[in-house]
Design a protein around this ligand. Structure first.
Ligand code: AMP
Ligand code: ZN
Length: 470
């Protein structure tokens, strides 16, 4: 598979460090609010990546953190902890909202067919791990203490801006509107590894440390949690594009300073879901959730389909009109699959199945081109082959796409009125459809007349023939 690597800004052939296991890490949600459908676009595309790696024959170990401490309202280390903000908003404790929003996040994932990572680790579980890494960074001279906090010293690195050629001036958080400059920092881009209570006295969760009672910075959690569960070499690190700077840039800085060698091979970043009025954001409180879509009558999997129709490296504009178009396409697809007959005579044509799979794989191997993979799905429906082969190909692709295609079609078939499932009439209808396909109209008409004589009228619909008693 060729996969775009944000680090090299190139599509590269994906080869894992260890042929038997792909090590994958995902930055998890900050659980101070519901996940919005933008966040979930990122998790859907990461899920597709994980499922495709498994489909391609790899074993995958995927780890995700849950940010329940240390993510401040500004990524430039200022403002208050988002968790505390959420707790105040809801008149609950920080741990109560962490639990509530973690559960809500996994419930959204379940509805969207996003597999739970093999390891899910809340940041508050790993305090001793952060302390150990920070101690080493201090010993190695990559960190310093100032004003009660511990900072990472970015001037000690040969290259700090690894993802892009940012101009340090542009990223000067000190001059950004509404962001206070932290005078303890030696360099503009230095970041906090450990905060002490001297800075935020009302912080709810605090732990003892060699530098005073306090709490970890946001970036150190992903370094420590991934090292703990995946070791020193990782294949793929994922996140939304906003994570590239400063979060992932800082993760790389501290991890490689700590390890003394390269850390992650591939950086997989998903571009944003925006609305016509701009970026969707949790902090403004104006955002769409899966529950809201459901209340409006949308099937969460239609949203998944909407995401899969476009490439993960392109911004995606959300509007109800765009979603409605995806719903129409998704329903039409399911109708076509419903018209296939799982009980028809015949067996899977293995050679044809291989050919159909090749088209799917070709799309997915091209930097996870899910829209090409969906085209491959339509190719299956148009293919000149029997229904068993088509159903086998759809089941195969859906292991990755996660659209519940066969289940949805089964449910539609089952919802048809009882009499429509009369096996004898169904068999005659299928024989008539086959005759029509072979342009044997005389036979098709004969079957129509035979049914008519029995008091049954055939109604041809875009979803295949239906029938009723006259
Ligand atoms: P958060 O819960 O804010 O830490 O974000 C969770 C994930 O969603 C991160 O990987 C973010 O990069 C990603 N993300 C945030 N906003 C968007 C958006 N509008 N579209 C897609 N992904 C997003
Ligand atoms: Zn992270």
């Amino acid at each position: 598979m060729y996969l775009y690597n944000s680090l090299t800004r190139k599509k590269e052939l994906f080869v894992p460090n260890h042929p038997e296991l792909v090590k994958m890490y995902t930055c998890g949600p900050t659980v101070y609010h519901y996940a919005h459908i933008g966040n979930l676009r990122t998790y859907i595309m990461e899920d597709v990546l994980e499922k495709y790696l498994r489909y391609a024959g790899y074993k995958v170990k995927r780890v995700m953190n849950i940010t329940d401490v240390g993510h401040l309202s500004s990524d430039g280390d200022t403002g208050e902890d988002k968790m505390l903000k959420g707790a105040k908003r809801e008149h609950k404790t920080v741990m109560e909202i962490a639990k509530m929003y973690t559960d809500a996040f996994f419930e959204d994932c379940r509805k969207l067919n996003i597999k739970r990572p093999d390891v899910v680790e809340p940041a508050t579980n790993c305090i001793t791990d952060y302390i150990q890494i920070i101690e080493t960074l201090l010993e190695k001279g990559y960190a310093y203490r100032a004003g009660g906090n511990v900072y990472f010293d970015t001037s000690k690195l040969e290259r700090y801006f690894v993802f892009n050629d940012f101009n340090a001036e542009d990223l000067d958080v000190g001059v950004r509107e509404g962001v206070e400059e932290d005078l303890n920092k030696r360099n503009k881009n230095d970041f906090v590894l450990w905060f002490t209570q001297s800075k935020f006295e009302d912080q709810a969760l605090k732990w003892d440390s060699p530098w005073g009672v306090g709490y970890p910075g946001w970036h150190i959690e992903c370094t420590a949690i991934s090292l703990k569960h995946l070791g020193e070499d990782m294949d793929i690190h994922c996140g939304g594009i906003d994570n590239a700077f400063p979060h992932h840039t800082n993760e790389i800085a501290q991890s490689e300073a700590f390890l003394g060698h390269k850390w992650v091979n591939f950086w997989f970043h998903v571009l944003h879901l925006n609305t016509n009025s701009g970026k969707m954001s949790k902090s403004t409180g104006e955002f769409l959730t899966v529950s809201l879509l459901e209340k409006k009558g949308y099937d969460p999997l239609a949203y998944r389909f909407f995401c899969l129709q476009s490439h993960y490296r392109k911004n995606l504009v959300f509007s109800y009109e765009n979603l409605d178009n995806a719903v129409l396409a998704y329903n039409k697809l399911i109708d076509k699959i419903t018209a296939l007959d799982p009980k028809a005579d015949g067996a899977v044509d293995e050679e044809m199945l291989r050919e159909l799979k090749q088209r799917f794989v070709k799309g997915m191997d091209a930097d996870l081109n899910t829209s090409l993979a969906i085209t491959a799905l339509y190719d299956v429906l148009k293919a000149k082959t029997n229904d068993h082969t088509k159903l086998a190909a759809i089941a195969d692709f859906d292991r990755v796409l996660g659209l519940n295609l066969l289940e949805a079609a089964d449910a539609k078939r089952a919802a048809q009125p009882e009499e429509e499932r009369d096996p004898e009439i169904e068999a005659l209808l299928a024989a008539r459809t086959a005759a029509k396909k072979e342009k044997n109209f005389a036979e098709a008409d004969r079957i129509r007349d035979e049914l008519k004589a029995r008091g049954i009228e055939i109604i041809d619909t875009p979803h295949g023939p239906r029938w009723k008693r006259i």
